[in-house]
Ligand binder design. Structure first.
Ligand SMILES: Nc1nc2c(c(=O)[nH]1)N(C=O)[C@@H](CNc1ccc(C(=O)N[C@@H](CCC(=O)O)C(=O)O)cc1)CN2
Ligand SMILES: Nc1nc2c(ncn2[C@@H]2O[C@H](COP(=O)(O)OP(=O)(O)OP(=O)(O)O)[C@@H](O)[C@H]2O)c(=O)[nH]1
Ligand SMILES: [Mg+2]
Length: 462
């Protein structure tokens, strides 16, 4: 894709194309033919001025038949004052799917080509409006599933990550220049201050470690937490999902074996997107369908970030609960004692569950009780186990973490090389690879295949 990335005028529907109709749909064009295409298709009555950053009102007509296609608004943004830094034109059409698709079709017939996923943002990157971290932030912002995730993405878009990375890379380049000067003009310069260089490299490494610590939180914010409700039949797993999501998402009956398949619900807990999975009660069964369901429960449990092992408090800790526990004990786990409305407090206290379960909450799902305690316990686990970052509005992704790790390893290698008093040439090899790794994050040094991988994850029209 990227070899012809800035060639041609691209077009795409910029708004969501979904069965539910939006009231307005936008077709966006970028490239040197954008204005000409707009002039061909758009007819603005009266004497409206065709100026940049202005909206025109008028009609979109077929260029040959003059048939009316839509009544619309036209927005012109002339290069370089646009998202891509090229000429950009937007047709703001009536919503639904028909008008926008017809207008897109006319744009394609008039000399534009269909944009690849992420190609508008790729152009913004190639034309220097955004660096790679900012481009990735745009994808994160569009995909954000919680206000906090959106906040972190916006911070990235403002350069919160690009700035420190560029600074650290500049610091490495300064060190490199000092060393290389010694290689080139050894006799004319004062000797190199090894100690100062080592301490500067240590400082840079410490900064990198700080940034790396935000990576787990980044993953949480982006992909969220997968929570599986598991337990034997009839303990109230589906009731728990319904109480938690304040819905009738899952079928609840007093028959054991009601849930046959995994039922999902998307929630936000303390700013973290949480995907909750209600599963079939785990038991030995001859029922073919239920059997498959039970297998799916096991798979959901082993793929989950967190398991809510749910038991019926009025039945105590049964043999079946113990067997299920054996299958899920290697996962982060919260024990949910459900149906506490059926028993006395002293009975709950006497339930003999394994002592290595540290997180226990009491619920009465059928009465919507205990959800607050459950959310608190989840956040507690997230806080202690997964999230170490101090700076709440910065979160790196996996690609950035990999490059930062590479930079860190290279810098540690430089330190070792200095300690062994190897020649300057050896110092610069690893220093250069640290500089390269940092440059990959912001995109100062990047290969086409990396660009393809990043931008192909975008939706079309972004
Ligand atoms: N209709 C519409 N809404 C949108 C976008 C868009 O492209 N179209 N955006 C994109 O997806 C986002 C906004 N991003 C944008 C970023 C820069 C410019 C722009 O024209 N910048 C110029 C002009 C600034 C100025 O006049 O000072 C510049 O920075 O040079 C436009 C949109 C979100 N909303
Ligand atoms: N008293 C009381 N009854 C509950 C509670 N939670 C669920 N129940 C009842 O327990 C029965 C089973 O509830 P479900 O939510 O379907 O149980 P499940 O664990 O999803 O069952 P399977 O899908 O068969 O594995 C229903 O009759 C619920 O109304 C509770 O907190 N208190
Ligand atoms: Mg169920």
């Amino acid at each position: 894709m990227s070899e012809f990335a800035t060639i041609g005028t691209i077009a795409a529907i910029a708004t969501a194309v979904v069965p539910q109709q939006g009231s307005v749909g936008i077709v966006r064009l970028s490239g040197n033919k954008a204005l000409q295409i707009a002039e061909t298709l758009f007819h603005a009555p009266g004497n409206q001025v065709w100026e940049s950053h202005r909206i025109l009102y008028g009609y979109i007509r077929h260029p040959l038949s003059a048939a009316l296609v839509d009544e619309a608004l036209l927005l012109i943004m002339k290069a370089p004052r646009s998202y891509t830094r090229e000429d950009v034109v937007e047709f703001h059409c009536h919503g639904g799917i028909i008008a926008v698709q017809q207008v897109l079709q006319l744009c394609l017939e008039s000399g534009a080509r269909l944009a690849q996923p992420g190609e508008f943002t790729l152009r913004a990157f190639l034309n220097g409006r955004l660096d790679l971290t900012q481009a990735e932030s745009i994808a994160d912002l569009v995909g954000a599933k919680s206000p906090q995730a959106a906040q972190a993405a916006l911070a990235g878009l403002q350069g919160k990550l690009a700035h420190p990375i560029r600074q650290l890379r500049a610091n490495c380049l300064d060190i490199l220049a000092e060393i290389e000067a010694r290689i080139d003009f050894e006799e004319d310069l004062p000797p190199l201050d090894d100690k100062a260089i080592i301490s500067e490299i240590e400082r840079i490494t410490a900064e990198i470690i700080k940034l790396l610590a935000t990576s787990e939180k980044g993953e949480l914010l982006r992909t969220g937490l997968k929570v599986a409700i598991v337990g034997r039949p009839n303990v109230g797993k589906s009731s728990l999902l319904n109480a938690w999501s304040q819905s009738d998402r899952a079928i609840v009956t007093d028959l054991p074996g009601t849930t046959r398949d995994v039922v999902e619900s998307q929630l936000v807990v303390g700013g973290i997107p949480v995907q909750v999975l209600d599963t079939a009660g785990i038991r030995d069964t001859v029922d073919q369908v239920e059997k498959i369901g039970v297998e799916r429960s096991r798979r959901a449990a082993s793929a989950a970030d967190l398991v809510l092992l749910t038991i019926d408090a009025s039945a105590g800790w049964t043999q079946s609960d113990a067997e299920i526990y054996l299958q899920v004990q290697h996962r982060p786990l919260i024990l949910v004692l459900n149906k506490i409305d059926l028993v006395e407090t002293h009975y709950i206290a006497s339930i003999q569950y394994p002592t290595n379960i540290s997180q226990v909450v009491q619920t009465a799902a059928a009465n919507n009780q205990g959800i607050d305690a459950l959310e608190k316990a989840i956040l507690e686990i997230v806080k202690t186990g997964k999230v170490q970052a101090a700076d709440m509005d910065l979160a790196i992704n996996q690609r950035q973490a990999a490059a930062l790790t590479q930079a860190k390893i290279s810098l540690e290698q430089v330190q070792a090389t200095i300690a062994q008093q190897l020649p300057f040439d050896f110092w610069t090899i690893d220093l250069r690879s640290a500089i390269y790794a940092l440059g990959q994050i912001t995109g100062e040094e990047v290969t086409e295949s990396v660009l393809d991988r990043i931008f192909h994850k975008f939706c079309i029209g972004k």
